[in-house]
Design a protein around this ligand. Structure first.
Ligand code: AMP
Ligand code: MG
Length: 414
């Protein structure tokens, strides 16, 4: 066991924090039916079953000829009795000893036993001859082969995205039962913060956290109530907390959660609600507070922009998925990669460094650091495509060692 620095004693591990958080919350959302056209990003509140079978009718998988197997196999040329197109079926008489010209997607005419692809046929003056053996059923896509009528196509708790919406559209589904989106109130705290567009006085900086937090919330399908920048003043903070609590299902602040003299977030949470935990054994992001207010859940992100983005990503994102009813949400998997550069680390906290993953000359998954990993170096996020996840007890990593990486998902542009 590596001796731990006293300030690391009693810190909650990320896994324990997640477990503690997720054990307390559940989805309490109301279900509503909304048109498919406005359902993107919503989460299914009921199983979706197919009102129809897909494909709706037996149809051709090839451009070629619809045949009866025995006639096609006879070696005799078969005159063409008509044509079947996608959207324009053949509806005439199909005399014995004939074939029907058919295109991909066209309904196969009644009595058709196989479709022979054009490349296996020869057009002669007497009709079409087939140059390869013909098997019953070949090149016919059967009705219901993809989806049977009444089959479950989406479970409860699935987010409707580019894979799901076209699927529902293909079934002719017009509306879908989804959960009401979560309402999330956000504010930044700090006397030094100014909104962009305002000239900075000495000692002031721009409020960057709300830009990232708001965007990530929107990407997660939440409604955002933005309460702006709140000064480090208990009175003003109390008002913001109360306003946010009344307006939202979840309240997210940034800053003021550490142990400095102007850090009131924790005090407010204690006064107006209940703290569940507020110190994590992760880097960056040690001071992250979770708890509840009278009507809503509360997450206090650290003020440092890298810490705020990281704790949002690793902790708030799974919390929101649970609250919003998104059952099959998960982060990208942890992968093994070769460290292409040395990485500095102190044992004691799980470290999420920002890395650039690539395939090296040996064809292996490798990763290099984005450079300086300070929690104020926000540019590291936009250079990176993954986290390098260094275990809690691990020290510095030498070039060539195996490390764990986790690619960014869409929230961080992955
Ligand atoms: P705090 O957690 O309030 O002690 O803040 C830690 C550091 O993050 C300080 O350097 C703050 O100035 C900075 N910080 C806090 N909130 C923000 C914000 N919204 N945008 C940019 N930097 C911030
Ligand atoms: Mg502050």
């Amino acid at each position: 066991m590596t001796p731990q620095h006293p300030h690391l004693a009693g810190l909650l591990s990320l896994d324990d924090a997640l477990e503690k958080m997720l054990a307390q919350v559940s989805c309490q959302r109301i279900a509503t039916r909304i048109p498919l056209a406005s359902a993107a990003g919503h989460i299914t509140a009921a199983e979706v079953t197919s009102p129809v079978q897909v494909p709706p009718f037996d149809n051709s998988a090839m451009d070629g000829y619809a045949v009866r197997v025995e006639e096609a196999a006879s070696g005799q040329p078969l005159p063409v009795a008509g044509k079947a197109f996608a959207g324009a079926p053949f509806d005439g008489e199909w005399p014995a000893g004939h074939c029907i010209r058919i295109m991909t997607g066209a309904p196969v005419p009644p009595g058709c036993e196989a479709v022979v692809m054009q490349e296996e046929s020869e057009v002669t003056d007497q009709g079409v001859r087939f140059t390869a053996p013909v098997k019953a059923g070949q090149n016919i896509r059967r009705a219901g082969e993809d989806i049977a009528q009444g089959a479950t196509v989406l479970p409860v708790g699935r987010r409707l995205g580019a894979a799901e919406l076209p699927l529902l559209a293909s079934l002719g589904v017009t509306d879908v039962a989804v959960y009401e989106p979560l309402t999330v109130a956000v504010f930044s705290t700090g006397d030094e913060l100014q909104p962009v567009g305002t000239p900075l006085q000495p000692g002031q900086i721009y409020d960057t956290n709300r830009f990232g937090v708001r965007l990530m919330l929107e990407q997660l399908g939440c409604r955002v109530v933005d309460l702006g920048i709140i000064p480090d003043d208990p009175q003003a903070l109390r008002k913001a907390f109360q306003q946010a609590d009344a307006a939202a299902d979840l309240v997210i602040s940034s800053g003021g959660v550490s142990v400095g003299e102007a850090d009131y977030t924790k005090t407010m949470l204690e006064e107006l609600g209940e703290i569940s935990f507020w110190k994590l054994a992760i880097k960056p992001g040690k001071p992250f507070a979770f708890g509840r207010l009278s009507q809503s859940w509360f997450c206090g992100l650290p003020g440092n922009p890298v810490s705020a983005a990281l704790t949002f990503y690793q902790l708030v994102q799974p919390l929101i998925a649970r609250l919003a009813g998104h059952r099959d949400w998960q982060l990208p998997p942890m992968l093994k990669a070769v460290a292409a550069s040395g990485l500095k680390k102190q044992p004691g906290r799980l470290d999420f460094q920002r890395g650039i993953a690539f395939t090296n000359e040996q064809g292996e998954l490798a990763v290099r650091t984005t450079g300086h990993q300070g929690s104020h170096i926000f540019s590291s996020f936009s250079q990176a495509n993954c986290f390098i996840v260094l275990e809690r007890e691990r020290g510095s990593v030498a070039e060539g060692e195996t490390v764990t990486i986790q690619f960014f998902n869409a929230l961080l542009g992955g």
